[in-house]
Structures are given as C-alpha cells and as structure tokens.
Design a protein around this ligand. Structure first.
Ligand SMILES: Cc1ncc(COP(=O)(O)O)c(C=O)c1O
Length: 400
C-alpha cells in the first residue's frame, strides 16, 4: 500500500488537497516518493525559513541530541542551550520585552498569552480582528476572526469581539471595561497577507496604553525575517512596545517550537508555575532555534528577504499584466506575498496546475494564493517559480 493510501485510511485529515507524498527536501526543493522534484514556495506554511534540511539545522539537531534531548525535569533544572537562546532572543526582541517563555506551537504560545492576560487583568474579553488567525486550540479559535474553523465548534469562549483589521475607530469602539487584551497580527497572514497602514500599530498601542489594556502582538507568521525585518512590527515608523509578543514557525527553521515574550510589568504579575509544559524549552529545540537565529543575524537575512520580496512582487505584477482577467490585487512584504483570484474554484485550479508543473504554492481563504518560500530562496529560484506559475495560469486560462 502506498503512503497516500495508508494516510487516507488511518490518518485524520492530514492531507486534503495535494496528493503527493514528500520524501525529502534540500533548500527550496523537495522530492516526492516517485522521485519527482518540486520547487517549494510554501516552506511548510512559512516554517522552513533556511530551506529544507539545512546543514546548520541538521548539525544542531545531531550535536544536541548526542548531549541531551530533554532535561531530567525542566521545572527543577537549568539548561545551557535554553540560556543561550534566551540571550540571543533578548537581543532581537523589542526593548521593552524582558522575559521569555517557550512553547511547542504557535497556538500554544497564543493560548498562554491569552490565559496570562486574563490572569493579570482579571478580565476576560479579548478584542481581535476579522479574518485573523491565531491558532486551533479552543482559546485561540475563540479569538480567530476567520470564522470558518471556529463555527464548527461553537459556542466559543464568550465575550470576545472582532473588528475590521486596520480600522482604528472600530477597535477603539470595541474596547471597554471588560477588555483584557487586544490581539493582532502585524500583517494578517492566513487572512490573505493584509497589510495595515503605517500608523495603525502606533495608534493601537497608544489606545491600549491609555485604557490599561494589554497588547498581544502575534508574530508567529511574520517574525524571524519573513517580512524583511526581524519582526514585522519594526516596519512601524514609531517603535511599538507590545505587552506580550508570540513567536513560532521560522523560529527553529522547521523544528517544532514557539515562544512568547512579556514586558517587565507583565512579568511582575506572574509567578512560577502560572504556565508550563513538559516539552517547553527542551534543550534540543533551544539548540536548533539558537543556530537559526544566529544565522538569520550573521547572514543579514532580513535585508536579503526585503530584496527578494521586491523581485517576487515585480514578477507577480508582470503576471497580472499578462493575465488581467485572472489576477486581482497583489500584496506583499518581504517574502510573505499573495495574489487574489476571482474565485476559490480558480485558486484550486491554479494550485493544482502549479503542482502538476512542479511548483508548490499555498492556497488561502478568500480567493487568495500565498507565495512564502524559504528566506534563502535565490533570484534564479524566484524566476523559475514565477515561470512555472505563468505556465499554470496559462493552462487555467485556456481551460476556463
Ligand atoms: C499568525 C498565526 N498565529 C498562530 C498560528 C498558529 O500556529 P501553529 O500552527 O504553530 O499552532 C498561525 C499558523 O498559521 C499563524 O499564522
């Protein structure tokens, strides 16, 4: 029986779109079980930021695994790899974020952020945005405005509210005496790469400060150089001081890991044991994350991403000129890029046509295709990917 047949029989919706079984990867390329090669413009939902199986990551895993994988008891023992990672993260985080904790997934980090915000404020309402995505745990589903997932599991946690992303007046109107926190992505990723105005975040930060409401910034998709800055809130002209910031995806280049950082004043109101988890901050994940963050900094990957992103957007604009009947708005910051099509049906058709030609792309809700390759993608690979996308679009135009 093939891997695909076994997964379809025994797995729970691991795979619902692209019926290929990936066997290995190297850089921006992956190969399926039959040896067919694909150019990967998904980087595993924006995770494998240094490409697949980067030697730096495989070496870090091997070296640390030979020393120790899980501390005897994480709650009672200190850990050199954890200390190293804390030090290097402290250098890249916004200045006001002084304390860091680790998690195993983005949703877990956001879940903890919401839980701690509720404890600190003694309030429970969280204001979020329409079309946002913050995870699939119950807490995070309840603050995710892309309601198509949450609606299956209603009633969600009560009292939260959703306002249009980028609309400061709507946000101001939603804040009240019951509000514990506002949670925002700097750029909505799953919502279709929606980029707010330059002033949005400084206005939100000011509002939250004036009203004593915690600001949680979710950098899970946008952090670690994805948008051409180490963190996407650095694009704001005025520096932003979130109370809590969550991180994940690229943080360990594909090794499952996440983190959240809090300000000194938030930390003061927490006590040991308020949060924890068996695997949180395990030495193996910390060693890998340290190697990744060091590389991002030493190789100035943020600058490289900003340049590559411009190439990608230029290429997409050229494709729009060629297929004006198909391609709508194009958006992007760094290597978080997207274009809109006329219908979800066309999104499926273009994604399938690209797959047949050896290009993996990420369909997203609301008629959108995202292009989120590894941050080390070369100019030649960007050109090749756009060429394959061009062929895919041409075939869809011909058939429809
Ligand atoms: C902005 C944002 N927050 C949270 C999450 C959830 O992260 P995870 O899938 O690691 O739980 C995602 C995942 O796509 C995300 O894009």
């Amino acid at each position: 029986m093939s891997s695909i047949e076994i997964e379809d029989r025994l797995g729970i919706t691991f795979c619902n779109r692209q019926s290929i079984a990936i066997e290995r990867g190297e850089g921006c390329l992956v190969w399926d079980e039959d040896g067919k090669k694909y150019l990967d413009f998904t980087s595993g939902w924006g995770v494998t930021c240094l490409g697949h199986s980067h030697p730096l990551i495989t070496d870090a895993i091997t070296k640390q695994a030979k020393k120790i994988i899980q501390n005897p008891n994480s709650g009672f023992t200190y850990s050199p790899p954890r200390a190293k990672l804390l030090e290097i993260l402290n250098k890249v985080l916004p200045d006001n974020l002084e304390k860091i904790y680790f998690a195993n997934s983005g949703a877990e980090a956001n879940d903890a952020a919401i839980k701690l915000a509720r404890k600190i404020t003694g309030k429970s309402k969280v204001v979020s945005t329409l079309a946002s995505f913050h995870g699939r745990t119950f807490n995070t589903l309840s603050v995710s405005g892309g309601r198509d997932n949450a609606e299956q599991f209603l009633p969600a946690l009560e009292g939260n509210c959703f306002v249009p992303f980028g609309n400061i007046a709507a946000l101001a109107a939603a804040l009240d005496e019951k509000t514990a926190a506002v949670i925002l992505e700097p750029i909505q990723g799953e919502g279709g790469v929606r980029i707010p105005s330059d002033e949005y975040f400084s206005a939100v930060a000011l509002l939250c400060k004036e009203r004593g409401i915690l600001l949680i910034i979710d950098e899970i998709q946008t952090g670690f150089c994805r948008t051409g800055k180490f963190f996407a809130i650095e694009h704001s002209k005025v520096s932003i001081a979130p109370d809590i910031m969550t991180m994940g995806k690229g943080i360990a280049g594909g090794f499952p890991f996440a983190a959240f950082a809090v300000s000194a004043s938030v930390d003061k109101q927490l006590k040991k044991g308020d949060h924890g988890g068996t695997f949180c901050g395990n030495p193996l994940a910390c060693a890998v994350a340290t190697a990744v963050v060091n590389y991002l900094l030493s190789e100035k990957i943020a600058d490289r991403v900003a340049r590559s992103g411009e190439l990608m957007i230029d290429g997409l604009c050229n494709l729009r000129k060629k297929y004006p009947q198909l391609i709508g708005p194009i958006r992007g910051k760094g290597l978080l890029c997207a274009f809109e099509l006329d219908s979800d049906y066309l999104v499926t058709k273009v994604t399938e046509a690209a797959l047949r030609r050896g290009l993996l792309i990420t369909p997203t809700r609301n008629r959108i295709i995202r292009l989120i390759p590894a941050l080390i993608v070369t100019d030649a690979e960007i050109a090749k990917g756009l060429e394959l996308l061009d062929c895919a679009l041409a075939s869809v135009v011909q058939r429809h």
